[in-house]
Ligand binder design. Structure first.
Ligand code: SF4
Length: 332
């Protein structure tokens, strides 16, 4: 038996770069691991050694392998990314055309200010991504999902800060960020808090003097109210403090541990010491996160270039008869 921390320590101290090396080094009881340990180890590898560790698709859940959420009837849901919840007429037109072309039965606005296309057949996924031409929303992944915003000072009479722009900036900076669990942000332009920043992993609220930052909230089975973390003056500070907190969580959180549970384990005071009191450490964490995300591919774009194994998108029958480019189906 190996605990989460022991596995993380071994990966870091012994520069383990792939799942099988980790199993061998730790003399794992089952040589190929199982559905519980493989995703955790894969996450620890890629978060500890970005750009170096080998991401193993077979160690990811089916949703992450397919880059879409499997639904109860075996079809998938597709959620394109809408930066800070904003969209355009052109994007909406493309979404509408995709819905017609692929006969997608349900279109739903999510609670995270995005559009969910439900009932997409697996063999249509690549076509849908291609035709929509929008970035992946990672709605299926242990990663940054939505950054919810209110309209803020640009349009709202009550707005004191430009929450939409800050939300878009945060999302552009941190999308493609895998984490121990799903991560959601929100930015509200004034204390009326229309973006519900109080129940997000990082919630930002505009005030007259700048911004208030809250951490460790979530909706879910047990709603957790985020804790006040600090007051900041500028949007640049919000980016830095949010990025540093996320990187600390990425490096220290255990797989499937939400921020609220990470904070309960290590203590809010510890995180404050690391982020608020240690300026050099905070800047280093933020720099490390930016370096880790630099050049990371959009998984939908990656599949458009056929840089990943696309066998999983070919129906079994077509594969068996030789149609398509491969002959086997990856099992779920
Ligand atoms: S939070 Fe404030 S600024 Fe944002 S929409 Fe609500 S009232 Fe307006």
């Amino acid at each position: 038996m190996h605990g989460h921390q022991a596995v993380r320590d071994a990966i870091r101290e012994h520069r383990l770069l792939c799942v099988n090396d980790t199993f061998r080094f730790l003399e794992w009881s089952t040589p190929d691991g199982c559905a519980t340990c493989r995703p955790a180890i894969n996450y620890y590898l890629i978060s500890t050694w970005p750009k170096l560790a080998r991401d193993d698709p077979q160690s990811r859940f089916i949703n992450e392998r397919s880059h879409a959420n499997i639904q109860k009837d075996g079809t998938y849901s597709v959620v394109p990314r809408m930066w800070g919840g904003e969209t355009t007429a052109d994007e909406l037109r493309r979404i509408a055309d995709v819905v017609d072309k692929y006969a997608i039965p349900t279109v739903k606005v999510t609670g995270g200010q995005r559009i969910d296309l439900l009932g997409v057949r697996k063999e249509d996924l690549q076509g849908v991504w291609n035709d929509i031409g929008m970035p992946c929303g990672h709605a299926y992944a242990k990663a940054l999902r939505t950054v919810k915003t209110c309209v803020g000072s640009e349009w709202c009479r009550m707005g004191t800060q430009d929450s939409t722009q800050l939300g878009k900036d945060l999302e552009h900076a941190m999308w493609r960020m895998y984490a121990p669990h799903k991560v959601k942000f929100a930015v509200s332009g004034c204390p009326r808090n229309c973006a519900e920043s109080g129940i997000k992993d990082v919630g930002i609220i505009g005030v007259d003097s700048g911004w208030e930052m809250y951490v460790g909230g979530n909706g879910g089975i047990k709603t957790e109210v985020a804790q006040f973390f600090t007051k900041l003056k500028t949007a640049e500070e919000v980016m830095e403090y949010t990025g540093a907190f996320m990187q600390l969580y990425r490096l220290e959180g255990w797989y499937l541990e939400r921020t609220v549970h990470y904070l309960a384990r290590v203590g809010l005071d510890y995180v404050k010491r690391r982020i608020l009191d240690d300026e050099a450490g905070r800047k280093a964490l933020w720099a490390d996160l930016q370096a880790a995300l630099e050049g990371e591919p959009d998984p939908w774009f990656e599949t458009r270039r056929a840089a990943v194994d696309t066998r999983q998108f070919i129906p079994i029958l077509a594969a068996a008869t030789g149609a398509g480019t491969h002959t086997t189906e990856i099992t779920a």
